[in-house]
Design a protein around this ligand. Structure first.
Ligand code: FEO
Length: 399
């Protein structure tokens, strides 16, 4: 069904909501769904900017046809090749075969490899212009936000940045499209989780893009996911600046893996000792129960991260290994850490934790606490020392 909506004179949102997919990219949970935002500018020339994921083709074509009637599409701008935004390219070309595809030198090999499309291409470079009539489009490269070919499109007449994944969010658009029409409090975690989960690996490219785009007279930001920004642009830019610098708040995330509760008891005691030292923002997660998406998001919020694992087959517990691998893969920076666990007869998880700390270059604030079976008084004393060292470090960092 047609749900296109004019967002500025001659400029339309033609996206769709997805409330059916459970896990985005087949990895990240999206309990509040996701929107695939696509845009259309109907001027002397017609341009479509990014498309959608391929699950709602009929609705997407309805959106376009309702705006255009019998008119043709002159340009399809491909800011980003990931299939959640290119899934409708072949459908769009089936309806509008004359459309020229606008991308950069890195876009087109991807287009060919994903979709066997290699005709009617218009290559643009940094700052190039396409004139639609009243509306002028300039293109700026934003590599690694979130793939190497990624670029953004700036419409200079109205001051609209079509930003691709940058400034995006999980969560569907429930009625409203704009940031002053939707419940941003309800979406807050979905906004930060989208950054930390999808863009979080690319802090330096995000900093580069923010500096480059900061010089543009932007009045509206149209990302490919989440609400359109027109009233709270400074807020999302400030958040991206903070997150991409790996700046965090005073607080501690405790992640544990535990089969029979002994390691979990140590996690609880460390948290108790942290509270005694004045730390108030504490999040404890069981790596067997909580998806890495949420743990990563908390790690992007708080400076202290304390890990604990039971021994499992002579090493670290599998769900903790998954968590460590994910953090290593993302290259998350600028944390202080400590470790605890149950060594059993084999030595357990400490060799892997030490390897992790070295690789991540996170400062270890205290020696590890290692119990053998149920934690004894001496083990709890080690837990107390971890908590006190962590609290002291955070007090020093957030004076
Ligand atoms: Fe929303 Fe990187 O795609």
């Amino acid at each position: 069904m047609n749900q296109a909506r004019e967002i500025k004179e001659g400029i339309y949102w033609i996206g769709v909501n997805d409330r059916r997919t459970h896990i985005f990219e087949n990895y990240w949970p999206i309990p509040k769904g996701v929107a695939y935002n696509s845009y259309l500018i109907a001027d002397e020339k017609v341009a479509v900017i990014d498309t959608i994921e391929r699950s709602k083709m009929d609705d997407y074509v309805d959106n376009i046809q309702s705006v255009l009637g019998g008119r043709k599409v002159d340009y399809l701008i491909v800011n980003h090749m990931e299939p959640d935004h290119t899934g409708a390219i072949r459908t769009l070309l089936a309806h509008y075969p004359e459309a020229k595809i606008v991308g950069n030198a890195k876009t087109f090999p991807m287009l060919k490899n994903f979709y066997h499309v290699s005709d009617n291409l218009v290559e643009v470079k940094e700052g190039d212009l396409i004139d639609l009539g009243k509306h002028k489009l300039n293109f700026y490269m934003a590599p690694m936000l979130h793939w190497p070919e990624t670029m953004v499109t700036f419409e200079s007449t109205e001051g609209i940045l079509f930003s691709g994944d940058i400034f995006g969010a999980f969560g569907t658009l429930d009625g409203g499209l704009f940031d002053d029409e939707v419940d941003l409090d309800y979406l807050e975690e979905e906004i930060s989780r989208y950054y930390s989960n999808i863009v979080g690996k690319y802090g330096q490219p995000a900093q580069t893009a923010l500096k480059k785009l900061g010089g543009l007279p932007i009045k509206m930001v149209c990302a490919t996911h989440g609400p359109i920004r027109r009233s709270h642009i400074a807020d999302i830019v400030a958040k991206y600046d903070k997150w991409s610098k790996y700046e965090t708040d005073k607080g501690v995330v405790i992640l544990f893996s535990s089969m029979y509760g002994n390691t979990e008891n140590m996690a609880d005691m460390i948290a108790r000792f942290l509270v005694a030292k004045g730390i108030r923002k504490i999040r404890i997660h069981d790596t067997s129960k909580t998806h890495p998406s949420y743990m990563i998001n908390d790690i992007f919020r708080f400076r202290g991260v304390i890990f604990g694992s039971c021994a499992y087959n002579g090493g670290i517990f599998p769900t903790m290994e998954t968590m460590l691998s994910e953090l290593e893969h993302m290259g998350v920076k600028n944390h202080v850490t400590a470790f605890f666990g149950d060594k059993m007869w084999s030595g357990g998880s400490m060799p892997r934790f030490n390897q992790f700390a070295e690789k991540m270059k996170w400062e270890v604030v205290a020696p590890a606490a290692e119990a053998w079976g149920a934690p004894k008084d001496a083990d709890l004393e080690q837990c107390r020392q971890i908590a006190e060292a962590m609290a002291a470090k955070l007090d020093e960092l957030y004076k």
